[in-house]
Ligand binder design. Sequence first.
Ligand SMILES: *Cc1c(COP(=O)(O)O)cnc(C)c1O
Length: 517
Amino acid sequence: MKQQTYADYMRDHFGFDGEGQFTDFMTRQDGQLLLGGRLNLTELARSHGAPLEVVYTPQITTQVARMRAWAEQARARAAYTGRFIYAYATKANFAAEAVQTALQAGAHYETSAAADVVIAHGLFRQGTLPADRLICCNGSKEPGYLAAIRALRMDGCTNVIPVLDDLDELTALADTPAPLQFGVRERAAGNRDGTHPGNDRFGLTAAEIEHAAARIAGTGHQLVLYHAMIGSQVEDEAHFLATLRASVESYARLRRRVPTLRYFNFGGGMPTSGYRLGFSFDYAGFLTRLMATIRDTCAAYDVPVPDLIGEFGRYTVATHSVFLLEVGAVKQGQPGTPDWYLVNGSMMVTLPDALLVEDQEFVILPLTDWDQPLRPARLGGRRTCDSDDVYPRPDRPPLMLPATDGGLVLAICGVGAYQQMIAGRGGAHHCLSPEPARVIVTEREGRLVSRYVPQQDQATIMRLLGYQPAPLAAPAPLAASARPLRVAPIVVGASGLSRRRLHQRPPRLARIVATGD
Ligand SMILES: *Cc1c(COP(=O)(O)O)cnc(C)c1O
């Protein structure tokens, strides 16, 4: 009998016959994988080698545009008269090109920390973050966070909205000498039935919200926004909508007494296709039911429907970047267990959520060899010696991949949200696994332009860890580190690196610092 190939597996399990679009971010054409239907990953692996991080920002533009179009459909179908406001939750990926692209696509801004407001402030000054965009500031706010919000407001940004997580935040901000728009976050919005713990550390109780509303009413400030984050459970749509209804009722009751209230913010949790092949989600249908629920609830309470804000983190950025890793060696599994495909990277550093989030998966695709026999395999990160550096986790089923003796390049997809922020971009990683070279592809006037950042070099890692540069290598003049640190204004998009055309072969990494003698 003919052995089943990887192509057979894709056809039998996912109904994909090997050509055309097969997820909302990946296409296969003439045997080559294209990200966003346009960026040829097979070609990039050939010209740059692996490991390689590929960042493709037009995918972010696509994600934002799609969601806004679905929301328009939903508004029409649900006869929803409020606006739909798409905000990018920047904590998913703070990279300048990601934030800038989302803003250019029309996204508003959601912050999670003091540094995040500082970034927004820089973008506001530059005009990259236009004055008409909302900046929703969530999370518990330490003094630095509050000071950053106040500084942004005093610089003329009227649309910064501190979303109160604690009444002390109101006390701290109340004497801001310019009128502020406030939000309140509902405590435990996502955990009313006790099945989703962890969420209830955020927000205000109903009594505290009443208190905040009364205090704000006596000032020049306004209460404008009600935040009810149900959590990362939108896929459990029945639970989401049932839970949401209670929050919308609370909004409507408050709205009867607070006429300045005009935004309802349902937070994050919108799912993405980057984590599982065969994923499907009816975004337009979901938004239609969401808007119908809000419309009916507001009608029952005889209050106008609010403008609806969603804060999209992983949905915005998960699929815009891909790691290309090469299987460098194959080690036979123990009898009855899958083989080990040992890759030239670290699964722990590339996919920290595989360890942190129960059942977290990622889409992993072979760039070539779809005609090879199918093999069950687990990936091991060859650049650490850690038994946890495996994917999938030992209690999960193995991956199905083409047979190889090495040389197979895999696209690790869905990594654009959270993974790099959690791993700590630019840092010293586990077993000092260096960050791979990065190709950043953006779109300018319809043309793709790319920028190449070489692999993290060992001298950088050593400096991060406090080692003096070895005298022979002398990688940087000492005076450089003696200069006072200058906090540069945030300039998005500009770079000291030269811009290279795609497919031009980059220089190979040069410097290795000699140690030990
Ligand atoms: C993290 C976060 C988000 C983004 O969540 P995703 O699931 O990544 O979309 C949105 N809003 C708030 C308040 C958050 O904390």
